[in-house]
Write a protein that binds this ligand. Structure first.
Ligand SMILES: Cc1cc2nc3c(=O)[nH]c(=O)nc-3n(C[C@H](O)[C@H](O)[C@H](O)COP(=O)(O)OP(=O)(O)OC[C@H]3O[C@@H](n4cnc5c(N)ncnc54)[C@H](O)[C@@H]3O)c2cc1C
Length: 367
């Protein structure tokens, strides 16, 4: 009999949910992570009393009541509502596009006036078959919103001008004809008081965790410890990249502590002009209504990904989709291993979806 029922590779949200449920069912679990901390990409680290989202801003939002109740076992969530603002050369616009945005842009007051303005600009542009992202955006929301809020930002995100990007990237643009600045259409939303790391710590309460352990470097030895493996690392790395490397889009964060209590007055400010080199500035304390004397900000730069960089967003194009399908065949045929999570399934998952999938998989596993 082996020492553990499950070796769980990755102490991120997927691994933590799996481990919590398996332990509750009496299974012996060992969780390992190659990083020096738990919580994977939702890791928050305290700096000057502020919970800093080290791998990018994370806002919990869901329409799934069961998932909301599930996470509330491990943390109390605050009432944070994501309402980003756009800064275009010092002009401030509310996001997502809503009546506040249109009032600032054109001075319109009623939804009918806003709709008429958008319609007028769409008609003037006269685009019937958009050939690129620029034409697509103008045909959806008109020239003013495109010029000030989409053109520079999207160009920076993709590292190319909108005229060189395909139209299909933006199939639709959410436009809201109410004075509602709430970014997400979710029934439940918030940030765990005390940060995500404390939440994951509670999930892993009583579970053995070893940090700084790279599964792939010690696979043979580690496999001897457990009957089954739950692998939440990159699927292509597991198979030694033998079919080639899956690609990701990356983000570079430049984080700085500032000697002021309030730098920008909002957690998320998008810089939508082309000249500012970063896409957003995150001011972490505002996620938790912090009143600390200092502040921590992160500037986000879109970056090309190369093997060895931190993988962030899977690339959903045909080439990578087809390559993943081949890796999935290998994964399905791998005895005793469950591949899960954003890297194991090469899929962009919001946190609520990762929890949903992990609960489903562990439920079937333990049934
Ligand atoms: C920039 C960004 C912003 C986001 N913002 C939001 C948001 O606002 N709201 C939201 O709901 N979701 C957000 N997400 C999604 C969220 O980050 C994911 O849903 C979540 O992190 C997925 O958890 P996971 O356990 O699948 O993966 P991860 O958190 O990546 O965990 C995998 C773990 O496996 C470990 N690992 C990998 N290989 C090995 C190995 N060989 N040996 C040992 N350990 C290994 C890694 O170190 C990592 O800790 C965002 C994602 C990104 C990229």
């Amino acid at each position: 009999m082996k020492q553990y029922d499950y070796l769980i590779v990755g102490a991120g949200l997927y691994g933590a949910v799996f481990a919590h449920e398996a332990k509750k069912a009496g299974k012996r679990c060992l969780v390992i992570d190659k990083r020096a901390h738990i919580a994977g990409n939702i890791y928050t680290e305290e700096v000057e009393g502020i919970n800093v989202h080290r791998y990018g801003a994370h806002i919990f939002h869901t329409n799934n009541k069961a998932v909301w109740q599930y996470v509330n076992q491990f943390a109390e969530f605050n009432r944070y509502t994501n309402s980003p603002v756009a800064n275009y050369h010092g002009e401030i616009y509310n996001l997502p596009f809503n009546m506040n945005t249109f009032n600032r842009m054109w001075g319109v007051v009623t939804p009918a006036e806003a709709k008429a303005k958008i319609e007028q600009q769409r008609a003037e542009a006269g685009i019937t078959e958009p050939k690129n992202l620029e034409e697509q955006a103008i045909s959806l929301v008109g020239t003013d919103i495109y010029e000030k809020l989409i053109k520079g930002y999207t160009g920076k995100q993709w590292g190319r001008p909108c005229t060189e990007l395909p139209a299909f990237i933006i199939k639709r643009l959410p436009v809201r004809f109410t004075y509602d600045d709430n970014y997400f259409n979710a029934l439940y939303q918030g940030i765990p008081n005390g940060g995500y790391t404390a939440m994951v710590e509670k999930m892993l309460d009583g579970v053995e965790v070893r940090l700084g352990v790279d599964y792939l470097a010690e696979k043979a030895e580690l496999d001897k410890l457990a009957d089954r493996v739950v692998y939440t690392g990159p699927v292509d790395a597991y198979f030694g990249y033998k079919l080639g490397a899956l690609q990701y889009r990356s983000v570079r964060f430049e984080t700085e502590t500032l000697d002021t209590d309030n730098y920008q007055g909002n957690a998320v400010v998008n810089y939508t002009d082309a000249e500012t080199p970063y896409t957003r500035i995150i001011e972490h304390k505002h996620f938790e209504f912090g009143t600390q004397p200092k502040t921590v900000i992160s500037r986000e730069y879109s970056a090309e990904w190369k093997p060895g960089d931190e993988p962030y967003y899977p690339v959903n194009d045909e080439k990578n989709g087809a390559l993943y399908a081949e890796y999935k065949k290998l994964a399905d045929a791998e005895p005793g291993v469950i591949f899960g999570g954003r890297l194991g399934e090469y899929k962009y998952y919001d946190m609520d979806k990762v929890i949903e999938v992990a609960l489903d998989v562990v439920g079937r596993e333990l049934a």
